[in-house]
Design a protein around this ligand. Structure first.
Ligand code: NAG
Ligand code: NAG
Length: 222
């Protein structure tokens, strides 16, 4: 009887530690009253143009796991001292309403320690991240607002066509095999339309985007 109890406790611990694989890629934010545009705080928004699928390996969808994946693509947490942009919020239609970004991540130019400071100076690719985990649409997917920026002397404005360019650069860096910190990833991409209308309606800086959202499915292979 004692050993049965120990076994039951051991089984309970094991299941608590095992991350469950999710059941869907993502839910369309608009289906739950949300938006595929974030809120930049100036009456406009930036497109959530990359989705990390809920069907990715569960560890990739955690805060630490996603940061490791970002490092594998050459991105790091931003250089705090040179941070020029304010926090933005997004409503992913999951019942959580408008919530601030989890984190803002920049190209690190090969140095996870100081590279993002360089990015802040010279411009480059960057993105903000939100997690779709409210009880109305709990996919676990991560939604990214990606854009390519001018340097800090241009007050971090987006380059012309910077949303589509930023999305494509990040997707190109991700697809195929990447690795960091002893973790190897295999990533596939597919494009989805219908989540956001093409054009510049409501889009920050009046920069048109093509209405394509790229869905990345990231598998940890070793
Ligand atoms: C949902 O995600 C947010 C942001 O990462 C986190 O603070 C919160 O604890 C998560 N909620 C649940 C129920 O896991
Ligand atoms: C998605 O669309 C962009 C823009 O047309 C294109 O550059 C990219 O190759 C497409 N990706 C996939 C996986 O089809």
């Amino acid at each position: 009887m004692y050993s049965a109890l120990v076994l039951a406790i051991a089984a309970g611990c094991a299941s608590a530690l095992t991350l469950q694989k999710r059941a869907v890629d993502f839910y369309a934010p608009t289906a739950g009253g949300g938006s595929e545009l974030d809120n930049a705080g100036d009456g406009y928004g930036e497109p959530l143009n990359i989705i990390i699928s809920g069907l990715s390996s569960p560890a990739v969808l955690t805060d630490d796991g996603f940061m490791n994946f970002a490092h594998a693509l050459g991105y790091s947490e931003e250089c705090l001292d040179l941070h020029a942009g304010g926090a933005q919020s997004a409503n992913l239609g999951d019942g959580n309403g408008w919530v601030d970004q989890l984190i803002e991540i920049r190209e690190d130019y090969g140095s996870t320690a100081v590279g993002t400071c360089l990015e802040s100076l010279v411009g480059g690719n960057h993105f903000r991240v939100w997690r779709q985990n409210g009880s109305l649409a709990d996919s676990g997917a991560l939604f990214l607002a990606v854009s390519k920026e001018e340097d800090v002397f241009e007050s971090h404005t987006i380059v012309p066509d910077g949303y589509d360019i930023g999305r494509n650069l990040l997707a190109q860096a991700a697809v195929g095999t990447t690795s960091y910190g002893g973790v190897t990833y295999s990533t596939t991409a597919r494009n989805v339309t219908g989540l956001i209308a093409p054009g510049s309606d409501g889009v920050n800086h009046g920069i048109a985007q093509d209405g394509i959202v790229t869905v990345l499915t990231v598998e940890i292979v070793s």
